[in-house]
Design a protein around this ligand. Structure first.
Ligand code: NOJ
Length: 725
């Protein structure tokens, strides 16, 4: 018998089921609203307000529910005054902005933050981002982006937590808690927006905005969980995605927007469209005109329209003709007012103008530096090349990105400032005040000129050690930056060959926003540190690791392919009927490339070594509704303080449907002193062991499970778990 589970039942701590007092208050407001005022609440618009009276006018007439890209307490207060003091019903405006990885203090990009495998860090960092953003009058961020993605060609992988739903869900929860804080109506609470609902990360060909084809099972098991986690943590809003999902664009998809979101999950908040996503329904080819687009989006469940104004223009006629029910509009308004009330906007609509966003202070910088240190991943470290000695006399810092603040910050930098960012070069100089630090950029980020190579080689020759900074320019990741190649752009690999041929102890530091194909570099470079795009304190954090003030401990949240043709390549793939075997031609592999990745999901080294031992499960036999406790020892067997991320995976070899070869179901990052040994405990129960079976119901099927605990998605200790009725 399959035991069906009420999956995802946890109640939201801060935005739970609507209460009657609030609902009757909303109803009273609704009763007084004209249709034009209702449609105003469904409209989000952006743009500069200084010198433009358009937004002011709309606010005075109650024709705008939310803004984007307007910031600054003064600006926003002026606009709010027009709405609250100038409009008939005095409904406050909700001010939104893309606060993605920090507001003024810029933290590592979200892909890097996920590499920390440290949700408590993400919570702290997003709390600080919320504090900074709310000082500038904002109360809503379009973050976290919780799209799962298996294709590094997609430029937006930088904005997400990578390829795994379990890790993604942990990160999603942490962002929401951090942004929204403990009290939604506190002035420093920033409403979260989990985006992009849903499937956007599966864009065909890795091409941004492209079509997606995802089965319901894969949606439920891979793409939905981070969204559900965000909502369970109380996320107030969701953003509907640009992509076409099995023929029904996500911004007009009744299955995802209504059946799942409102029907199954009882989401009380509102959904905003992505920018112009409603008008793009025409290009998608499911609406002949703006009226049809508005009708499809609203009736499917998109409450607020970003940028385009098709609701406002078309809904009066659509309602009159009976094509859209008045109650559908009312419901959307209700959801928006619910969020505004929860945020306390009716009570306190204004920001405190005396306190504005300021240059990162010492505490903010300290947090940014720590977050960057925690998010870096040591990919390779032959012969203990790293850490370098702090007594080096001459160091060459080489590479086109070594002194490039834009590459260090990445995309979506909020109100961050290039001039407030510490470059790698500055960080190395600060860490080695008595050394001679020579800089040579070596090449540009594009073209094929090797004109700068000779100077770079001379710098390497005359130094005791080399730091070689390579990667992607700041504008090569984020929205609309899909790549058809995953190599180091421009002449960088040739620069690397030339510099590495000098033979000095060399550490490559990668500044990039996606997994890259690095097989040539990996063959030649003794040490590679994946620093991602580390933010305001980039250079200091990199130097902390290079010179051993901190030990790297991050792990990859996304597989690094060996070569481009392997993409999409992800650890939790299916076994197939013919899993790859070297000595069997007719198995699932390539004739011209390995089938395995260059660096697997969960991979990362540190400056120490660790050993896992004594994996036990108690009990080893459970019923489908029981849980087992997994214990394992982790020991620091090296002679330095260091971190390990202990990762727990499960596998089901025979089930009613095919299962992945491994599924992450637990992780813990620990810091251990030399010789320290600690026992870790993981719970494994119905939530972790269940899956969507042949009947598409979430359940634990009786049978045999393999429980593997390791330090990456490859290898580890394994023990059996038996589930029977
Ligand atoms: C488009 C992006 O897809 C979305 O993530 C972002 O929040 C909006 N633009 C608003 O800037």
């Amino acid at each position: 018998m399959r035991i069906l589970l009420a999956f995802f039942l946890a109640a939201a701590p801060v935005f739970s089921a609507p209460n009657t007092a609030v609902e009757s208050r909303i109803q009273k407001i609704l009763n007084r609203m004209t249709l034009s005022e209702k449609l105003g609440q469904l409209q989000q618009l952006g743009g500069p307000i200084e010198g433009s009276s358009q937004l002011m006018d709309l606010a005075r007439h109650g024709k705008i529910g939310a803004t984007l890209n307007v910031r600054g307490a003064k600006n926003l207060n002026a606009l709010q005054r027009a709405a609250v003091e100038g409009s008939r019903l005095k409904i406050p405006i909700l001010f939104g902005f893309d606060v993605i990885h920090g507001y003024r203090t810029i933290f590592p990009i979200p892909l890097a933050m996920a590499s920390s495998w440290d949700p408590s860090l993400i919570e702290k960092v997003s709390r600080l981002a919320a504090q900074e953003a709310t000082l500038d009058g904002l109360r809503w961020t379009f973050s976290p982006m919780v799209d799962i993605t298996r294709d590094p060609r997609w430029g937006r992988v930088a904005e997400g937590a990578g390829e795994d739903p379990f890790l993604g869900a942990a990160m999603a929860r942490a962002y929401v808690r951090g942004y929204q804080g403990e009290n939604l109506s506190a002035p420093d609470s920033l409403a979260a927006c989990a985006k992009h609902w849903v499937g956007y990360g599966a864009a065909e060909g890795g091409r941004d905005y492209s079509t997606t084809e995802i089965s319901e099972r894969t949606l439920r098991e891979i793409y939905f969980p981070p969204f559900k986690a965000a909502l369970d943590a109380g996320a107030l809003t969701l953003m509907s995605a640009f992509n076409d999902l099995d023929g029904v664009p996500s911004s007009a998809n009744p299955f995802t927007l209504t059946k799942v979101l409102r029907g199954e999950w009882k989401f009380p908040g509102f959904v905003v469209s992505d920018s112009n996503a409603i008008s793009e329904l025409i290009q998608h080819g499911i609406a002949a005109n703006g009226a049809e687009a508005a009708q499809r989006a609203l009736t499917a469940g998109v409450d607020m329209e970003m940028h385009s104004r098709l609701y406002e223009e078309n809904l009066p006629t659509l309602i009159k003709s009976g094509l859209v029910a008045q109650s559908t509009v009312d419901e959307a308004v209700r959801r928006i007012l619910r969020v505004k009330i929860a945020l306390g906007l009716f009570k306190q609509p204004y920001a405190d103008e005396t306190r504005t966003s300021h240059t990162p202070d010492a505490a903010a910088r300290k947090m940014a530096r720590w977050a960057a240190v925690r998010s870096m991943v040591l990919l390779k470290n032959d012969g203990k090349t790293l850490p370098f000695s702090k007594n080096l006399k001459r160091v060459a810092v080489i590479g086109p990105l070594a002194n490039d603040t834009a590459a260090e910050l990445g995309s979506w930098i909020g109100n961050g400032r290039l001039e407030e960012t510490i470059t790698l070069l500055a960080g190395v100089r600060a860490a080695l005040p008595n050394a001679k630090v020579i800089f040579a950029s070596g090449c540009a980020m594009s073209g094929d000129s090797d004109a700068g190579f000779a100077k770079a080689v001379r710098a390497a020759q005359s130094s005791d050690a080399v730091v070689l900074a390579l990667g992607e320019a700041g504008d090569m990741t984020g929205e609309a930056t899909s790549r058809a190649f995953l190599n180091l752009p421009g002449p960088q690999i040739n620069l690397a060959k030339a510099v590495l041929a000098v033979g000095k102890p060399t550490a490559v530091v990668l500044l990039n926003g996606r997994p890259l194909t690095l097989s040539t570099l990996t063959q030649r470079a003794p040490a590679i540190l994946e620093a991602w795009q580390p933010g305001t304190e980039a250079g200091n954090a990199i130097a902390d690791i290079l010179f051993g003030n901190a030990s790297p401990g991050g792990k990859l949240p996304m597989t690094f392919p060996f070569t481009l043709g392997q993409v999409p390549l992800y650890y939790n793939h299916k076994n197939t009927g013919r899993p790859a075997k070297d000595d069997d031609h007719y198995t699932s592999k390539y004739i011209d490339a390995p089938v395995t990745p260059l660096f697997p999901f969960g991979w990362g080294l540190s400056y120490t070594s660790t050993r896992l031992s004594n994996l036990t499960l108690s009990p080893q036999k459970i019923t489908p509704d029981q849980k087992t406790i997994v214990h394992v020892f982790v020991e620091n067997t090296g002679n330095r303080l260091g971190d390990e991320v202990v990762e727990l995976y499960i596998r089901r070899r025979a089930a009613s449907v095919t299962r992945p070869v491994a599924e992450l179901k637990g992780f813990q990052r620990v810091t251990l002193k030399p010789g320290e040994k600690r026992q870790l405990k993981f719970d494994l129960g119905p939530k972790e062991l269940g899956f969507y079976g042949l009947d598409m119901k979430y359940a634990v099927e009786p049978g045999e499970y393999e429980i593997t605990v390791g330090t990456s998605s490859v290898g580890g200790l394994t023990a059996p778990l038996s589930v029977s009725n």
